[in-house]
Each structure stands twice: as structure tokens, then as C-alpha cells.
Ligand binder design. Structure first.
Ligand code: SAJ
Length: 429
């Protein structure tokens, strides 16, 4: 990459973050190769189509593929800048140990084509220290290249950690406009990564060291998790006391320095419910609050299942409409969703009495198979169901007028129907 010439970029991982990132870099006229392990994903993108739902992403990908700026491949390609955006789940080992195998395998692949002058940027959410671990791994594979922070003198490559902080449904807008933390293994690495992000980010890019940038990403999501836990704890206290939690929060939030988040059926998605464990795993004895936040949000899910099961069990003649499967409003993402878990648990227990309404689903997920539960549209649910359980605050549900749901018993875990809140407290179920 010399002077003002456009760097060739390789984005590894073409999922919810990698594909929009690749497309936005390509829009800035940098030639991008997206690399993914899935041949199907690669073929879809090379046709100018997309495999995920995200506002305006289809048109953008189609445009940059047609202009020859974005192509996809299952094979690693040489480039000037490598952006790694692969998943970092945790292991199902009871300890929530971070699983860095995708990151390290991407690093191994990059090492095969790496050359002097290249920049490697890790974007995946990672435990503190991962970027240095990745550097050490590449150093072992490529002893011919001087790595930053290891040898004296100017290193041959730059390595940085630069997390995204975008919200599903607003990814393209937030990728361009949000501020970013750019953490270099050395200040020189941070400057190299900064020059790259300046090409397509309008938000302020703040440089720091790699470990601080790693922790910053985890802290943002743990902060939100702990704050949602406070709201969820208040909702369970309110249920026990026969109070309307949304009314209490609405009143408290009129204080100029109070801003309580909203309770719900638990916390879902792949970030907020996962990232706090990366902090807990790194400092188990120093993180009781963050650990408790996770426990409270999981307890809220069980609390909702118990309340819903009691309501359904106490009214054996009534059909039940479960409204929503997504992990949050107005998106088509059902992974790690409390709504999906609640609905599936009810389906296993109450079989064909359960009807699920999910405007973003074409069929029910596999765990509903054989339960007798059916996917229905909202009008069918309003006609046939004597019990309605609100699990997701999709706009479609929010807009249902009071008279269309006035005959049903309602359990509104999202607080979208203020006129029916008296039914939501456990004391009234
Ligand atoms: N939720 C509540 N009550 C609230 C807010 C959210 O119950 O008041 C629930 C949602 O229903 C959902 C879960 O929390 O189940 C997570 O939703 P979210 O909107 O808080 O967050 P995500 O997972 O879509 O995106 C988060 C964002 N992080 C922060 O807001 C700190 C986003 O900016 C990050 O980029 C993203 O995680 C990520 O990729 O890490």
C-alpha cells in the first residue's frame, strides 16, 4: 500500500459483520475479496445476492459486485489489509470458555499469504490478549517477517484490534457513522489501521493499544447486560409486589440522572449474552456484578416460562398465541433468542394448543417439530387464541389496537400494550 493508492483488502468471515464491512470498504473503491468457509455463501455473494437480512445491504452488495469491487472466495487471497470478522462463541463446557479456534484458523490462513507492509486487523469480539496471541501465532509461522512488539526496529507488518459496535437493522449506517476504537499492538500499528478506517468511517476513530480496545468492546456489552439485568430484576420484584414495572420505570426515568432500560423475557443475541463471560473468564474473582447480571437475565427467562406455563395450564380450553421468536424487535434473527426458548418450551408442554406468530419466519425452527405447535399469521392468532403471550416487541404486534385483543388473556413480557398491563404481573396470572 503506497501513498494514496487504494489498498487491496481481504475480509475473512462474511457473516452479519464481515459482509456489510466488506461491502462498505468496496464502496470506498478499495478492491475487496471476501473469504468464507461456506461455498454456498461465496456463490450467493458472487451472484450479487446476500444470505442475511440487513437494511439496504442487498442493493449495496449487488452494486459493488457488479462494479467488480467485491468478489468472494473460499480461498485466502494475498492483500494489503486483512480484516478478520469470524465468530468467537464460547464453549459449552459449563465454564463459558472463549472459543478462539475460528480466529486462530483465520490467522493461520493469513500467515500463508502475508508479506512485508501488510496490515492485519482483528474485528471479532475477543478476550483481552487475543490480538497478541494471534501475533505470536503468526510470528511462529512466519519467522521471516518482523512482528510488532517482538523485535526492535520497524516491524514488517502492522497488527491491530478494531471492534465494531453496530446494531443489527442499522448496520450500514452505524458502520459508517459510529466512532471506533483502534487498538494497535504498537502506536505505529494503530496509525496504520487508522489510515485504513479513515477511508470509509465518518465517525471519530480513537487510537489506543490492542488490549484496551479488546476490553472496551467487552465492557460496552457487559454494561448493557448489567443494566438490562437491573430492569429485569425490577420486573420480578414488581411481579411479587403486584406493581406495573413499566409504570415504575417510566416514572423513575423522569429523574434527570436515571435511565433504566426495559425488562423483557431475558437477553438474547450473540453479543450481550456472550461477551460478559469473556470478562468473567479473564478475571473470575473480580467480576461478581457482571456474573450476577448474567444470572439475573437467565433467571428472568425461567420466570417468564413459569408464569406463561401457569397461565396456559390454568386455562385448558384456550388456544395460545406466542407472539414472536426473534431475539429482539423487527429483525429476522432467531439465534440465542429467549422468545424462541419460551415458545418452544410451551410447545413441548402444551402441544397443538400453541400457535406461534413470527412475521420474519417462513417455518418454525426444528425444535418445534413433532410438538403439534403451528406457525400462524397474526389475524388467525387474534381470531383463535384466548391467550396471547407477547415475547417480541415487533412493530406488527405493537400496532394491534386494543379492541382486537380485548377478548384474550394477555401476558405481555415486553410492555407493548399499556392498556393490558394489569394482566402481566404474576400476582394476576
Ligand atoms: N434488551 C432488553 N431490554 C432493553 C434492551 C435490550 O431486554 O432495554 C434485550 C433485547 O431484546 C435482546 C438483547 O437485550 O434480546 C440484546 O439486544 P440489544 O439491542 O441490546 O443489543 P444487540 O445484541 O443487538 O447489539 C449489541 C449492541 N451493544 C450495545 O448496545 C452496547 C451493539 O452496539 C453491538 O455492536 C452488538 O451488541 C455487538 O455486535 O456486540
Amino acid at each position: 500500500m503506497r501513498g494514496e493508492s487504494k489498498p487491496e483488502v481481504c475480509v475473512i468471515g462474511l457473516g452479519y459483520i464481515g459482509l456489510p464491512t466488506a461491502a462498505i470498504i468496496a464502496r470506498a473503491n478499495c478492491p475487496v475479496t471476501g473469504v468464507d468457509v461456506s461455498q454456498q455463501v461465496v456463490d450467493t455473494i458472487n451472484r450479487g445476492e446476500i444470505h442475511i437480512e440487513e437494511v439496504d445491504l442487498d442493493g449495496l452488495v449487488q452494486g459493488v459486485v457488479q462494479r467488480g469491487l467485491l468478489k468472494a472466495s473460499t480461498k485466502m487471497q494475498a492483500a494489503d489489509v486483512f480484516v478478520i470478522a469470524v465468530p468467537t462463541p464460547f464453549m459449552k463446557d459449563g465454564d463459558h470458555t472463549p472459543n478462539l479456534s475460528y480466529v486462530m484458523s483465520a490467522a493461520d490462513d493469513v500467515a500463508t499469504v502475508l508479506k512485508k507492509g501488510d496490515t492485519i486487523i482483528l474485528e471479532s469480539t475477543c478476550p483481552v490478549g487475543t490480538t497478541e496471541q494471534m501475533r505470536d501465532r503468526i510470528a511462529a509461522l512466519r519467522p521471516d517477517l518482523a512482528m510488532p512488539g517482538l523485535a526492535a526496529g520497524t516491524p514488517d507488518v502492522a497488527i491491530a484490534y478494531c471492534p465494531e459496535r453496530v446494531l443489527p437493522g442499522r448496520i450500514l449506517e452505524e458502520l459508517a457513522n459510529n466512532d471506533r476504537s483502534i487498538g494497535g499492538i504498537t502506536p505505529r500499528c494503530a496509525r496504520k489501521a487508522l489510515a485504513f478506517y479513515k477511508r470509509f468511517v465518518r465517525g471519530t476513530c480513537v487510537t489506543t493499544d490492542a488490549r484496551s480496545a479488546e476490553m472496551c468492546k467487552l465492557v460496552e456489552n457487559a454494561y448493557r447486560d448489567v443494566n438490562i439485568a437491573f430492569a429485569n430484576e425490577l420486573s420480578m420484584i414488581s411481579d411479587a409486589m403486584g406493581l406495573d414495572v413499566w409504570e415504575v420505570i417510566r416514572l423513575a426515568n423522569r429523574h434527570p440522572r436515571v435511565n433504566i432500560l426495559q425488562p423483557g423475557p431475558g437477553v438474547g443475541g450473540h453479543c450481550i449474552a456472550v461477551d460478559p463471560y469473556f470478562i468473567i473468564h479473564g478475571a473470575p474473582d473480580q467480576s461478581p456484578l457482571i456474573r450476577t447480571g448474567r444470572a439475573v437475565n437467565d433467571a428472568k427467562m425461567r420466570h417468564v416460562i413459569e408464569n406463561a406455563a401457569r397461565l396456559v395450564g390454568d386455562n385448558p380450553g384456550l388456544k395460545v398465541g406466542c407472539l414472536g421468536l426473534a431475539f429482539k424487535a423487527n429483525i429476522d434473527d432467531f439465534r440465542e433468542s429467549p422468545a424462541r426458548l419460551v415458545a418452544a418450551t410451551l410447545a413441548r408442554r402444551f402441544g397443538d394448543r400453541i400457535a406461534v406468530v413470527e412475521p420474519y419466519a417462513e417455518s418454525l425452527p426444528q425444535e418445534f417439530a413433532g410438538t403439534g405447535a403451528a406457525l400462524v399469521d397474526i389475524d388467525t392468532a387474534l381470531e383463535e387464541c384466548g391467550i396471547l403471550i407477547v415475547l417480541v416487541d415487533h412493530d406488527l404486534f405493537r400496532a394491534i389496537p386494543a379492541e382486537e385483543r380485548s377478548r384474550a388473556l394477555i401476558y405481555d413480557t415486553r410492555g407493548i400494550w399499556p392498556d393490558f398491563r394489569q394482566h402481566t404481573s404474576a400476582a394476576n396470572l
